[in-house]
Design a protein around this ligand. Structure first.
Ligand SMILES: NC(=O)c1ccc[n+]([C@@H]2O[C@H](COP(=O)([O-])OP(=O)(O)OC[C@H]3O[C@@H](n4cnc5c(N)ncnc54)[C@H](O)[C@@H]3O)[C@@H](O)[C@H]2O)c1
Length: 420
């Protein structure tokens, strides 16, 4: 039975075309192991069902907090109809022959070890962004992936959003002319009693039902800290903060829309101005990137005012394309004070909405589906590790610039940075 299933999947992977897609019997389905059922991982259990419920089964889950395992089991029963075996140690899940591919939805500092172990175990991998916690770790993942022959998708899901695809088409059609300047930003705010990124610590969590050492993994050893476990984004040991958590999405999608890869330089500045607690990472960050070919990205993020929300604004010399809140795309031609050349004056403004025009909240479900179809052999993966690494390098450059108070220069031929 098991051999039949595997040879079916192999045949499916070799044949390219919609013929291999469609409702399958339980034995023909791709078997998914799920590592990390926290905030993103828990939501993803539903999204995968929407994306490819007919084509996959979740056959194992792993998490180091028993409370989240219990919550995921409930949800799996409701949405998927059955409850798979559960693991505390991801290596045991990877040894499970009933798993073909894994979704890794764990904190940033664990991505490297988990992804490489999964590839070595012969699994296809969906790894959340950022690809890894450092630039060097990211390159190790890229090399392991190249050797493995497996499919890897990095969770920069904007690339799968129809809205951003449309924005790229407009750029490629020349609708905004040459683009040398982009503004991108992500602003948030919350009440004084709800500090940014101080996510809820489940009151039931204790060192007995939470595997602190497995959470730490390669990070420096420390005494149990529920803040560090559940609010890991606030500490350098586990996260690059704003740069690798939020900014990577936006530099990645600007790269995509403008066909760019890695910036030449980054200068970042910021501080912890709004939230005064024991956090390491800034709550205010601005980063200026210079790219080959003459492009500047002016990025800012602040956790003390939400008025301007989220956006990428591509400022072309013939027009502007803005994608706001990953939901609204606006194209506005330049008017040149009434003296626009005829070809520019003929262009009409455009407004598209993700939900009403494409039926999409964001790109996540499409991104999951693209991963599954790539494993099945009918599509090409949209964000392989090379692309995920390009996005992550931009994020790491901002963290390095901020932490060292220096300009960071990227040497593309040597794949190395230096500080100036
Ligand atoms: N693509 C996006 O838009 C997006 C959005 C949010 C988060 N993310 C990414 O998703 C990942 C997870 O973020 P989150 O917000 O869900 O964090 P989270 O803290 O809510 O969840 C992390 C989960 O990993 C578990 N975990 C910790 N150590 C583990 C280990 N050794 N083995 C197994 N499980 C372990 C935790 O118990 C927790 O359930 C991060 O990489 C984050 O950047 C991506």
């Amino acid at each position: 039975m098991e051999l039949d299933r595997r040879s079916f999947l192999k045949t499916a992977a070799l044949s390219v075309g919609p013929a291999v897609i469609g409702a399958r019997g339980a034995n023909d389905k791709l078997h998914i192991g799920w590592i990390g059922v926290g905030t993103r991982g828990y939501a993803g259990l539903d999204w995968l069902h929407t994306a490819a419920g007919e084509d996959v089964r979740i056959t194992a889950i792993c998490d180091t907090y028993q409370g989240y395992i219990a919550r995921a089991k409930d949800r799996l029963k409701t949405i998927w109809g059955d409850v798979p075996p559960t693991y505390n140690d991801y290596r045991e899940l990877l040894a499970d022959k009933n798993v073909d591919a894994v979704f890794i939805m764990t904190p940033e500092h664990l991505h490297h070890d988990m992804t490489i172990a999964a590839l070595e175990a012969g699994k296809h991998v969906y790894i959340e962004k950022p690809l890894a916690h450092t630039i060097e770790e990211g390159f190790e993942i890229v090399r392991a992936w190249e050797k493995s022959g497996k499919i890897v998708q990095v969770g920069t899901q904007n690339r799968s959003s129809s809205l951003y695809k449309r924005a790229k088409e407009l750029v490629d059609q020349g609708m905004i002319g040459d683009v040398h300047f982009v503004r991108a930003f992500w602003y948030r705010n919350s009440l004084d009693n709800d500090p940014a990124w101080r996510y809820i610590i489940p009151p039931e969590a204790t060192p007995q039902n939470t595997d602190w050492n497995r959470f730490l993994g390669p990070a420096p050893k420390r005494a149990w800290s529920p803040e560090r476990y559940f609010q890991w984004r606030l500490y350098w040991d586990y996260s690059g903060g704003i740069s690798t958590d939020l900014l990577v999405h936006q530099t990645d999608i600007v790269n995509y829309m403008l066909s760019k890869t890695v910036p030449l330089t980054c200068t970042a500045s910021g501080g912890t101005y709004r939230w005064h607690d024991d956090r390491d990472v800034p709550d205010t960050l601005s980063a200026i990137y210079e790219y080959p070919g003459g492009l500047q990205i002016n990025y800012s993020c602040y956790f003390g005012n939400v008025y301007y929300g989220y956006g990428e604004q591509l400022c072309g010399n013939e027009g502007t394309i803005e994608v706001m809140n990953r939901q609204d795309l606006y194209f506005t031609p330049e008017t040149f004070g009434g003296k626009a050349p005829a070809k520019v004056a003929a262009r009409k403004p455009i407004h598209l909405n993700g939900k009403t025009d494409f039926g999409e909240r964001d790109g996540a479900i499409n991104h999951f589906r693209n991963f599954i179809r790539s494993v099945q052999g009918s599509e090409k993966v949209i964000a392989p590790p090379t692309i995920g690494q390009e996005a992550a390098i931009g994020g790491h450059m901002a963290t390095l610039s901020f932490r060292n108070q220096k300009r960071v220069i990227w040497d593309q031929s040597a794949n190395r940075y230096s500080l100036a």
